[in-house]
Design a binder for this molecule. Structure first.
Ligand SMILES: Cc1cc2nc3c(=O)[nH]c(=O)nc-3n(C[C@H](O)[C@H](O)[C@H](O)COP(=O)(O)OP(=O)(O)OC[C@H]3O[C@@H](n4cnc5c(N)ncnc54)[C@H](O)[C@@H]3O)c2cc1C
Length: 395
């Protein structure tokens, strides 16, 4: 068994783990990171694509924003479409000048891996048999298998950045966590298509056949979603059927057309709200999806992960530089204030825009809500300030 000694052991090289390693490196704190997928897999995994104002700033200020600034698409608003008409929510006007950046999560991951490797970081990809132990004491460790050898990382702290299906959260005794969970009675069928986006900004459409979202990953690649059943059979959805359904749900009286193109990827994503409280157990800290999940309607998952990282990196800085433990002790409390606000916003957006199972009365309430939002500056401000990202919590 090879033993590696470091200050922070990071499990998972998704956006949370990579950003954490990067920020710690800039603070002079050592870390070693392990990931059970290949580098290529991590760099091509298509997921989120909307960066809040603060997330984009955090990446830029930490020196990994060069390509993001060049290739990311600045969006000043979104469209809400219902009853065959579009209503624009203008972010800068409502939020004192803030906007969002459309830049794929896999591009963020590529930039971070590039920066980590340039800094000589130790990241093990393709690891197996990850286990975390000793979190209750002062000498936690991570064990794993890589390239035919067994390893142990002896560290001061473990960052559980291993996503919803990782091993860190399940390693915490069940009685030490409180789980809040809700599974929505619908899912998203998502596609990637090689066709220029049919809109310069995202369109959130509510139609009597269900919700649809038009998004994009670049000027050449569109990302589109359809509300579907949680157990939807993807095989039943030919490309022609997907485009016909999208055409129907986005149809308007405004002379707008949806461009079609070759579909390169399709999949069904469950819609879930999940929070594990507290986000820490002894010297194990849960960061990002390992601790919380939101339905993707509010575009908050990746941004929440970045916000957790920001708090944890600050807390570790205070600990190593000044010997102060207070921020580490308050990590969960600080993060959860933002997490619950993002859960609330994502929940509200999701119900307002989807056809649910709660009956015709609820449908009319959701339509009235959309009507209200599109006609009230106060309601639009609420949506806009949450969408571009609420101010970071005081520490
Ligand atoms: C299909 C899908 C679509 C999504 N779409 C959107 C969207 O449109 N908008 C949005 O805002 N959010 C979206 N999200 C959510 C967003 O992608 C996540 O919130 C974000 O990835 C969280 O980052 P993370 O680093 O916390 O977790 P992850 O990105 O999940 O990273 C965790 C990493 O840990 C690794 N890992 C897991 N177990 C182990 C182990 N035992 N040992 C070592 N490594 C391990 C995983 O391979 C992974 O690389 C989507 C998520 C999914 C799954």
């Amino acid at each position: 068994m090879e033993r590696i000694r470091t200050q922070v052991g990071i499990v998972g090289a998704g956006p949370a783990g990579l950003l954490l390693g990067h920020l710690l490196d800039r603070q002079g704190i050592e870390s070693v990171e392990i990931e059970n997928r290949s580098r290529e897999y991590c760099e091509s995994r298509i997921r989120a694509g909307v960066l809040e104002h603060g997330t984009a700033e955090l990446l830029a200020q930490s020196g990994v924003g060069e390509r993001m600034k060049r290739e990311g698409l600045v969006h000043h608003g979104i469209y809400l479409r219902f009853r065959r008409r579009s209503h624009r929510i203008h972010f800068p006007e409502l939020t004192g000048g803030k906007s969002i950046l459309v830049y794929g999560q896999h591009e963020v991951v590529k930039d971070l891996i590039g920066a980590r490797q340039a800094a000589g970081a130790r990241i093990f990809f393709d690891v197996e048999k990850t286990e975390v132990e000793g979190m209750e004491g002062t000498a936690p460790s991570i064990r794993f298998h890589s390239g035919g050898r067994d390893y142990e990382i002896a560290c001061d702290f473990i960052a559980g950045c291993d996503g919803f299906h990782g091993v860190c959260r399940p390693a915490i005794p069940a009685g030490a966590l409180r789980i809040h969970e809700y599974t929505f009675p619908f899912a998203w069928l998502g596609i990637l298509a090689t066709v220029a986006p049919s809109s310069d900004e995202l369109i959130y459409a509510r139609h009597e056949r269900g919700f649809a979202l038009l998004s994009m990953r670049s000027p050449q690649v569109s990302r589109l979603y359809l509300q579907c059943a949680p157990d939807e059979e993807i095989a039943a959805w030919s490309d022609a059927r997907i485009w016909a359904e999208l055409q129907e749900r986005f149809s308007t009286d405004e002379g707008w057309t949806l461009r079609e193109g070759p579909i390169t990827q399709k999949g069904v994503t469950a819609m879930r709200s999940f929070v594990a409280e507290p986000m820490q157990y002894g010297r194990l800290y849960l960061v990002g999806d390992a601790a919380h999940i939101v339905p993707p309607t509010g575009a908050k998952g990746l941004n929440l992960a970045a916000a957790d990282v920001r708090v944890f990196a600050r807390a570790l800085d205070a600990y190593y530089r000044e010997g102060k433990k207070e921020l580490l002790e308050r990590y969960s409390e600080i993060c959860l204030r933002r997490v619950w606000k993002a859960e609330r916003f994502s929940w509200w957006m999701t119900w307002m825009l989807h056809r649910g199972v709660a009956g015709e009365f609820a449908e009319q309430i959701h339509l009235a809500e959309l009507d209200y939002v599109s006609g009230s500056r106060a309601a639009q401000t609420t949506l806009a300030e949450n969408y571009v990202g609420l101010p970071y919590e005081e520490m």
